[in-house]
Design a protein around this ligand. Structure first.
Ligand code: PMP
Length: 288
């Protein structure tokens, strides 16, 4: 593993934060999860942009620039030395006192960890996974905009627990209007009559970088795609369904709340996009 903290690379023992850090006390901070493929950082510019946008939205002044942080990340990947890996980039409001007020925090804490990633088993990609709808809702944008990738994941975590309790590994989260938003740490897509559809940003989602990549690949692969409003009915009656995320990449979903999707196996369009994604990242495909 390689750790960078507040401006320099540090050993594991030094990679610690204060118990007064507001990231820990209040979830006052932001993060990114980034993949390394073939020794290169996947979609670095997009992750940096989302990170700085998140910081701006919560009035967190980062002690660096996108260029300087990008350089540090590239240096980190060099030091890490492996071709495949995962970067967790985090910024918190920093150490303050026991009150909420961020004005009492002297300086933000900025760190990243580069380490191995635990991937989903190959079987999930080959057979697809079942999911359930969680009762825990995605936060409304007028509360805390889900486009901000904050350290507040408790409602997603509770949805994940619901998934586990139902014998699944993922859950679909709805917004306050009961429309489909996303999964606990992944975006969601359906295929109907050969076309792709995914919840639009106004449905209260994190604008995933894998989601964006899939929308771009769809253009290249001649698959019509639209960002729209989806309900559970649209999920249940879809021909295909899949979720996307930096860690998961593209995972076929074959069962939703007990309804079998399509033929109960990964669909054609999903496979086409999954293989196109693997080609793009240069990762070997042991599944297809
Ligand atoms: N939604 C949520 C809530 C997430 O936390 C994530 C990231 N893990 C995603 C979607 C997928 O985003 P990305 O493709 O940028 O990893």
């Amino acid at each position: 593993m390689t750790v960078y903290m507040n401006g320099r690379f540090v050993g594991k023992e030094e990679a610690v934060v204060s118990v007064y850090d507001h990231g820990l006390l209040y979830g006052d901070g932001i993060f990114e999860g980034i993949r390394i493929y073939g020794g290169r950082i996947f979609r670095l510019a997009e992750h940096l942009r989302r990170f700085f946008d998140s910081a701006k939205a919560i009035l967190l002044e980062l002690p660096t620039t996108p260029d300087a942080l990008g350089e540090a990340l590239l240096e980190g990947v060099k030091r890490y030395g492996r071709d495949e890996g995962y970067i967790r980039l985090v910024a918190t409001r920093g150490a303050g006192d026991l009150g909420l007020d961020p004005a009492k925090c002297s300086a933000p804490t900025l760190f990243f960890i580069i380490d191995t990633i635990s991937l989903y088993p190959e079987e999930f990609y080959r057979k697809g996974i079942p999911v359930v709808t969680a009762s825990s809702r995605r936060l409304p944008a007028d509360g805390l905009d889900p486009r901000v990738k904050t350290l507040n994941y408790l409602n997603n975590i509770l949805a994940k627990v619901e998934a586990r309790q139902a014998g699944c590994i993922e859950a679909v989260m709805l917004n306050q209007r009961g429309e489909v938003a996303e999964c606990t740490a992944d975006n969601i897509f359906v295929v109907k009559d050969g076309g792709l559809a995914t919840p639009a940003p106004h449905c209260g989602i994190l604008q995933g970088i894998t989601r964006q990549t899939v929308l771009e690949l769809a253009v290249r692969e001649d698959v019509p795609a639209r960002e729209t409003v989806l309900t559970r009915f649209d999920l249940y009656t879809a021909d295909e369904c899949f979720m996307t995320g930096s860690g998961a990449e593209i995972v076929p979903v074959v069962r939703i709340d007990g309804r079998t999707i399509g033929g109960g196996r990964p669909g054609e369009v999903t496979e086409k996009l999954r293989l196109a994604f693997r080609r793009l990242t240069g990762s070997s495909d042991s599944v297809g």
